[in-house]
Write a protein that binds this ligand. Structure first.
Ligand code: ADP
Ligand code: ZN
Length: 719
């Protein structure tokens, strides 16, 4: 950040948020005005000129960036950068322009000269009279005229060519059908009334809409947005990137048409630029997108919806390490907008906030058409192993039900939250385990590609045919991922058509859409996938969901592992029986007595909450307290350790008595991408105070040599 003076000619025009051109080092650069000051300790150069008429960043967003920088302990530059898509920031993207052909006054008037023209030329002119101004490419493609004749006719004074701005419309080829608001169920109506009351009130409210899957939350969002628009205000809808499916977007576009801007990662730079501009110029009134859509440059914000508010993907894992759900509350309050958080499995943080009276709780307890929830069974895989004499991947129940559903031509989803074929490659003779050179984890074997892959850093190498350590050919592969499930399923049910959806098979841009389309059309019987398929999908013909191994997430050393497992199982279970036939869900596990699983299969959030809160309270973990982690990374382990020790020694005297310090210690993932990692975990006491201290020690001073130090406030992952 640098200071500049406002020259007299620009006084009154340059404001916070303006985009300006300044002299910087040896050239001219564009930048944004983030604050106006009366004085400066430096000798100042003047701003050269103002770029763009409209202030580029709304004031409220500049305030939000300051808040973010303070709270999340990050440099202000990072926070400001987050406000704008890179393509807008760069200032290089221009509006798309194309050549249009139109008639001159002479051509419109007709007269003797016109009558003397060749038939060919008359035809061109009457075409344009009939159709109006036309893109040059379109005119040429009709076949009535060539580009060179158009040029000649321009010289002769019949036609004009000019560049005009057009929008790149990502939905150009998707025709959406208009739909109407549905008549609400009594529960939905009660919820909508409460939300509308908040929209009408002067002071904004934070509302948590806790509704089981298919209880009609999205319909409530849609009608709340309609109210918001009627009041002349704008709305932001945040969804996890993973559920930013064509299905979701379509629901908003078919209700609100062109008033919607969809911001997803698949947009080209040009499309992103256009959407951002449409919002900035007030032409679109609803922005829907993943976490960065929170920074949509609206000026009359009335409502922010955060769907699936418990999702971890709302947290950005690089600086600024903000949580869009929490920041939505901050932005909403500052701009007096209503904040609506929705989930079937709320985060403990949000539910706790309701219990504390900070948020208002609304509930939807029934599926819209009173369809019964699926019948969920826990299968004890330990018992299955004992009966079969060895560990099993499919229980008898699951196999029988798959067979049954295939016969009835109904569809099946199999879920396993781990990709690849085998999770470990081990030599049976010397015990060598193939693990990544850069990271402290073992390689995962991908059979189709014949490779060993590190799921942390992406490293990949050819799988060896014999042990690299002792040359023994007896290599054992153990553990399994989606790739193996696919091949076993195919072997068990040779006639079934199977598709797999995970980040290995979904690398191409459109593959997600394609697989879902063929599943919807019934060309695929069994869909196998990772968490990619757990959310938001709505397939009426799916009557069986199998969770292959429910305890995968349960043993991660993280206090939220129970909460995550509960969420995941509940969400997956909600995928069955969305149509007229009630569904079955089979959950295979080695820990059938775990309360997270027991409550998940009964869709019983409250009991889960009560039981989980007992230990959170006892240990003073979030949501009862706030947490922060200070991370230390270095290529040299000793440097990371020493930096962490020194940091802790300096920090401790400044802390409140209530704040507990754990560490310094090596992080659970002690090495990632060649960097050794140490951490200090802090919790309890005032988080604002803690942030201030950490900011002073991290952001406002130079870092030690060869060590990277940063803070993660309210972390979603402890690894
Ligand atoms: P959720 O977001 O809670 O999972 P949805 O809003 O997707 O639930 O609703 C589930 C299904 O019920 C959707 O197909 C939706 O169109 C339909 N639906 C929602 N509300 C109503 C209503 N009041 N009347 C009829 N159908 C509804
Ligand atoms: Zn690695």
């Amino acid at each position: 950040m640098f200071d500049y003076s406002v020259p007299p000619a620009l006084r009154g025009q340059v404001r916070e948020g303006s985009r300006v051109k300044v002299e910087f080092k040896h050239g001219e650069r564009s930048g944004y005005v983030v604050a106006m000051k009366a004085t400066s300790p430096y000798k100042l150069k003047p701003i050269l000129c103002l770029e763009g008429e409209r202030e580029q960043i709304p004031k409220g967003l500049i305030w939000l960036a300051e808040w973010m920088s303070d709270y999340y302990c990050c440099p202000k530059e990072h926070a400001i950068q987050t406000l704008l898509p890179a393509v807008v920031r760069s200032g290089e993207m221009k509006h798309k322009q194309v050549l249009f052909v139109s008639l001159t006054i002479k051509a419109m008037a007709g007269g003797e000269d016109f009558d003397a023209l060749s038939d060919k030329r008359k035809e061109v002119i009457s075409y344009l009279r009939r159709e109006g101004d036309t893109m040059l490419t379109e005119l040429v493609s009709t076949g009535i005229v060539s580009a060179s004749t158009v040029s000649k006719m321009c010289q002769e004074g019949w036609l004009k060519k000019e560049l005009r701005v057009v929008e790149r419309d990502p939905f150009l080829n998707d025709l959406v059908q208009r739909d109407q608001p549905k008549d609400l169920t009594p529960e939905q109506k009660t919820a909508l009334d409460a939300i509308n009351a908040s929209l009408l009130a002067v002071d904004s409210q934070v509302i948590l809409l806790h509704g089981i899957t298919a209880s009609g939350k999205t319909e409530v969002y849609l009608q709340a947005i309609a109210t918001c628009l009627e009041l002349g205000k704008e709305a932001i809808v945040l969804v996890p990137e993973i559920s930013l499916t064509p299905q979701t977007c379509e629901r908003f576009r078919s209700r609100f048409g062109d008033l919607v801007s969809v911001l997803h990662s698949g947009l080209s730079d040009g499309e992103r630029f256009d959407e951002w501009t449409r919002i900035n110029e007030g032409r679109s009134r609803i922005a829907i997108g993943a976490r960065s859509a929170l920074f949509a440059p609206f000026r009359e914000l009335g409502l922010i919806v955060v769907d699936e508010e418990h999702e971890t993907s709302y947290k950005q894992e690089e600086s600024p390490r903000y949580n869009a759900r929490d920041l939505a509350v901050v932005r909403g309050k500052h701009e007096k907008a209503t904040i609506l958080l929705g989930s079937a499995t709320p985060s403990l943080e949000s539910y706790y906030n309701c219990q504390q009276g900070r948020y208002k709780l609304l509930e939807l307890t029934e599926r819209v058409d009173v369809k019964p929830l699926p019948n969920v069974q826990l299968i004890d895989m330990g018992l299955e192993a004992a009966l079969a004499g060895k560990a099993q991947i499919f229980s008898r129940q699951l196999k029988d039900l798959i067979f049954d559903r295939l016969q009835k031509h109904e569809q099946i989803i199999l879920f396993l939250n781990r990709r690849g074929f085998a999770t470990q490659m081990m030599c049976s003779k010397c015990g060598y385990v193939a693990s990544c050179d850069n990271c402290s984890v073992s390689y995962v074997y991908h059979k189709h590609a014949g490779t060993l892959n590190c799921h942390l850093c992406g490293a990949e190498k050819l799988a060896p045919m014999k042990c690299p350590q002792c040359d023994d050919p007896e290599i054992r592969y153990s553990g399994f991922g989606t790739e193996k499930i696919e091949s076993i399923t195919q072997a068990l049910f040779p006639k079934a058509k199977i598709a797999r959806m995970d980040s290995d098979t979904m690398r191409a841009k459109d593959s997600y859409k394609k697989v879902l389309e063929s599943f919807r059309a019934g060309r695929v019987n069994i869909l196998i996938g990772t968490q990619m398929i757990a959310k938001g999908l709505d397939f009426p013909n799916v009557t069986l969901v199998g969770v292959i191994q429910a305890d995968i997430g349960l043993h991660i050393p993280d206090f939220r592992s129970g909460e995550r497992t509960f969420q995941l199982i509940t969400q997956v279970a909600g995928r069955a029986g969305r149509g007229d036939t009630p569904g079955d869900v089979i959950v295979q596990t080695y820990t059938p007595d775990h309360f997270a699983l027991k409550f998940a299969i009964h869709h019983d959030f409250k009991s889960f909450y009560d039981e989980e809160m007992i230990s959170r309270k006892m240990l003073d973990f979030p949501p009862v307290s706030h947490m922060a982690i200070v991370h230390f990374r270095s290529r040299e382990e000793a440097l990371a350790a020493a930096a962490a020790e020194a940091f802790a020694d300096e920090l401790k005297p400044h802390l409140e008595e209530k704040t507990q310090v754990i560490g310094p210690m090596p992080s659970p993932l002690s090495k990632v991408q060649t960097y050794f990692r140490y951490q200090i975990l802090l919790r309890g006491g005032s988080i604002r105070r803690l942030s201030r201290i950490l900011r002073a020690m991290i952001v406002s001073r130079k870092q030690p040599q060869k060590v990277n130090i940063y803070a993660d406030i309210d972390p979603r992952s402890l690894l």
